[in-house]
Design a protein around this ligand. Structure first.
Ligand SMILES: Cc1cc2nc3c(=O)[nH]c(=O)nc-3n(C[C@H](O)[C@H](O)[C@H](O)COP(=O)(O)O)c2cc1C
Length: 335
């Protein structure tokens, strides 16, 4: 089984961190359905911004499934080390560093964080070393892309830097920053990384769609120790238990239509509970609350191939109660 430093995971299939997606509710649901770990979406290493409600809601909580991994993003080694120390103090059990984010707000010329750091290997080394030093025996992992652009791919060099600086595991998305999300991810770089940095677990990421044959191919071809799944888990948290069963023979419940319906409904109810409880004292509560609830509805309608003319009403529901009962009606009508 996949081991990250002192943590033996229950499955080598991990949920990819996704900003605006993998909130506490999402992480709980995928863990319940077989994901071996679900890292938080990226959070700032600027501790002064920690007060914001948005960041507070992104942080892992002490009652969350272990190991609690939190992903930090930033650019200054000392600031990131200080942030890592802070997150460990409030309960993180693994610190993940983001060297993969392609978006302008993070990797643009103003911030030079996320995937932009792949252009500066020395800085990567400094950041990792400082964070590893700051976190003591709390494992540090790295999630990154294969390089800034096709002509400067440096996944193997980054892996060796990370390995030498004491990183406990690497997750590699088989695209460069320049590739953004264009089809398709490639797995050759992941295979090379596994070949050249074989003292730590390597986790393959990119376009894993949930079918057994493809997942088996990626594992065999790259020899990776685990797979990380992002978008394919939208409205489909049972993807983990399905693949756990088909790839590794881990027993699972039968995934019937009724089972999916119950999960979809529970996901929506949990989003309403979580944001209502967490944000009831904040004026801006409704933005993330409604945003997440509507995303959840759209994901499940798509993944369960449900077409309904009630969709506009569903997304514009005035109260959580109204939305939940309408969603139930839609799910039951589609059964
Ligand atoms: C909406 C969205 C948000 C994302 N946010 C993050 C993030 O916060 N940190 C990170 O390392 N990667 C982030 N990613 C990248 C994913 O973790 C993953 O590497 C990428 O989606 C490829 O995997 P997939 O093809 O299985 O989706 C994000 C991706 C999406 C689609």
């Amino acid at each position: 089984m996949l081991k990250i430093a002192q943590y033996t995971l229950s499955s080598p299939l991990l949920q990819a961190p996704m900003a605006g997606v993998t909130d506490r509710v999402y992480r709980d649901i995928v863990r319940e359905h077989g994901a071996g770990m679900a890292t938080s979406e990226m959070v700032t290493s600027q501790l002064s911004l920690l007060k914001t409600q948005k960041t507070q809601l992104r942080l892992p909580q002490l009652d969350e499934c272990s190991p609690r991994s939190i992903q930090i993003v930033g650019t200054d080694p000392d600031t990131m080390a200080e942030a890592a120390r802070h997150y460990v103090n409030i309960g993180a059990e693994i610190i993940d560093i983001n060297f993969g984010c392609p978006v302008k707000k993070v990797a643009g010329s103003k911030q030079l964080a996320g995937s932009a750091l792949l252009k500066d290997e020395q800085k990567v080394e400094q950041i990792i070393s400082r964070v590893v030093e700051a976190t003591g025996n709390i494992p540090v992992t790295v999630k990154y892309r294969t390089g800034w652009c096709q002509s400067t791919r440096n996944a193997v060099r980054i892996a060796k830097i990370a390995e030498q600086a004491g990183v406990a595991a690497l997750a590699l998305h088989g695209r460069t920053r320049e590739d953004k999300y264009k089809p398709y991810a490639e797995y050759e770089s992941i295979r090379q990384v596994k070949k050249h940095a074989n003292s730590i677990p390597i986790i393959a990421n990119g376009d894993i769609a949930g079918d057994e044959e493809q997942a088996r191919f990626i594992l065999d071809y790259t020899q990776a120790d685990g797979l990380m799944i992002g978008r394919a888990s939208f409205g489909r948290p049972w993807i983990f238990s399905e693949l756990n069963h088909s790839l590794f023979g881990i027993p699972t419940k039968e995934i019937t239509w009724q089972y999916k319906r119950d999960i979809a409904l529970k996901h929506l109810e949990s989003v309403h509970d979580f944001y209502r409880d967490s944000t009831s004292h904040h004026a801006k509560a409704t933005t993330s609350h409604t945003g997440f609830a509507n995303k959840v509805i759209n994901w499940y309608l798509l993944s369960m191939s449900i077409q309904t003319n009630l969709r506009p009403r569903l997304l514009k529901s005035r109260t959580p109660g109204e939305q939940i009962s309408l969603f139930k009606e839609v799910l039951d009508a589609a059964a």
